[in-house]
Design a protein around this ligand. Structure first.
Ligand SMILES: Nc1ncnc2c1ncn2[C@@H]1O[C@H](COP(=O)(O)OP(=O)(O)OP(=O)(O)O)[C@@H](O)[C@H]1O
Ligand SMILES: [Mg+2]
Length: 456
């Protein structure tokens, strides 16, 4: 297997240097130096992805090494290591742009996981610069932007299934592009000249959903003053997209199953069968398999829908699509809002790339549009991004398993920034809501490098 990246280690303790070099050399190309100046020399001459820098060095302060590195390459991730951890020192390092701050003794796993994040981060930033001049259309399929391995696989499956009539089940978190993919299947299929009819199964009460889908005969129920064809008929020859199928009731599911099996249905209040030729694509943001196990979803319908399953990965599992999407939405919204925008600042990009995006591409799109509207210059600066993204540390996804202390720290930072945003920086009020003493909160703010004044 190839190396994951090129790493520089600067530490005055030969034992630590040796230990780290040995432990890392299988997976990384390791460069090391016992002095700050020696390390900076290597930094000048080599192309590197990340650095681990001890604070106490014989010839200079590790923080000055950090500053020097940042002057040359502002994006470059530097992980600071120290034996004498103090909170003000950690805060200072983060303020100077350190990627992370690690206390000795550390666990090797902690170092490698940080290095992997730092390397990925470096690569993504480099990518962004390179991609800025390339049209995002080059990396897209039917309007779906992506260049990650996972998205390329999705493009291939779309091409394969589009030419057939097979039922497709699309699974993915909210905002991952399920509807976009369903449309792409339709427009690349022989049905493209007929209708693509989306139905959000969770938006309507079930009786209404049924009358929408199947249509009704005049007088079928109170208020049915005229007959109305159903969406199944509207989609005849085309594609019906059943969105949020997981939220329907078993009773509705059996009715749907019957239509799918027989290829025909009845208008409500009518006994005359209606025959249609409809391709079905269904989408869900909950796992239907689990719903089946919990008896919330009919197994027979599940098998009927799940002929081909497409799982759309959340954005945080394909971070290398982020720079591309940022560029794409930036161009789109700059144009839409008549603004001349060159790009995003390094810091802003770093935040965008590291955020865990619970709302996926839709959330990213909204964040970019908002920033485009708010900016008064030709660059998107980090202060135009929502506070929740504006943190000194790398953001880890909620599902990531990590050291307990670190998880707690991330929770606290999240909680406290939300709280301060809510109280607009009022610490007394924050303390009252949290049921904590004010002094206690101040200690936490100091430790986490949070300034309540930033929220006023
Ligand atoms: N890969 C992508 N490239 C470009 N735009 C995308 C991509 N994925 C999603 N989008 C955009 O993000 C927004 C949300 O996408 P979409 O509505 O398809 O998501 P969804 O999975 O159906 O979400 P929900 O479950 O909330 O309905 C849309 O504006 C869509 O155009
Ligand atoms: Mg949707």
């Amino acid at each position: 297997m190839g190396k994951k990246g090129r790493v520089l280690i600067i530490d005055d303790d030969p034992k630590i240097l040796e230990l780290l070099s040995k432990a890392l050399k299988d997976n990384y190309s390791v460069f090391s130096s016992l002095t700050g100046s020696g390390g900076l020399e290597i930094f000048k001459n080599e192309i590197l992805d990340a650095a681990l820098v001890d604070i106490k060095l014989p010839d200079m302060d590790g923080l000055d090494v950090l500053v020097d590195i940042k002057k040359t390459i502002p994006d470059f991730p530097v992980i600071i290591i120290t034996g004498h951890a103090s909170i003000p020192l950690a805060v200072k390092a983060m303020k100077l742009g350190a990627f992370y701050f690690v206390k000795k003794p550390f666990e090797l796993e902690e170092i490698t996981s940080l290095l992997d994040k730092a390397i990925e981060h470096s690569r993504l930033l480099r990518d962004y610069r390179r991609l800025q001049n390339i049209a995002s259309e080059k990396y897209s399929f039917s309007g779906i932007i992506g260049r990650s391995k996972k998205m390329k696989e999705i493009f291939e499956i779309i091409k394969l299934v589009a030419s057939t009539d097979v039922t497709v089940l699309i699974e993915g978190e909210s905002g991952t592009g399920k509807e976009l993919v369903a449309k792409a299947i339709h427009v690349n299929s022989p049905r493209k000249d007929k209708n693509f009819v989306p139905v959000n199964c969770s938006a309507l009460p079930e009786t209404l959903l049924e009358s929408e889908l199947f249509g009704y005969k005049k007088g079928a129920f109170t208020g049915a003053a005229t007959s109305k064809p159903g969406l199944f008929e509207e989609a005849d020859g085309g594609t019906l997209f059943l969105d949020e199928i997981g939220s329907t009731s078993p009773a509705f599911q059996s009715k749907l199953l019957r239509v799918l099996e027989d290829g025909m249905f009845y208008h409500l209040g009518s006994t005359k069968p209606v025959k249609v030729d409809v391709r079905i694509i269904a989408a869900t943001n909950v796992s239907l398999e689990e719903a089946v196990q919990k008896n919330l979803f009919r197994e027979d319908l599940f098998y009927r829908l799940n002929v081909v399953k497409l799982r759309l990965p959340p954005l945080r599992e394909r971070r290398n699509d982020i720079p591309l999407l940022v560029n794409h939405f930036l161009k789109y919204y700059a144009n839409k809002h008549n603004k001349n925008i060159k790009g995003v600042s390094d810091k802003a990009l770093a935040l965008l790339v590291n955020y865990h995006w619970p709302g996926n591409v839709r959330e990213l799109e909204n964040v970019i549009e908002r920033a485009v509207i708010l900016t008064t210059t030709d660059t998107i600066d980090e202060h135009l991004l929502p506070d929740k993204m504006y943190r000194a540390d790398i953001t880890l996804s909620e599902t990531e398993i990590m050291n307990y202390k670190k998880a707690k720290e991330i929770f606290e930072r999240n909680y406290l920034t939300n709280l301060l945003r809510h109280t607009k920086g009022n610490v007394s009020l924050a303390a009252r809501i949290a049921g904590q003493r004010r002094q206690n909160l101040y200690i936490k703010f100091k430790y986490l490098g949070i300034n309540p004044k930033d929220f006023i």
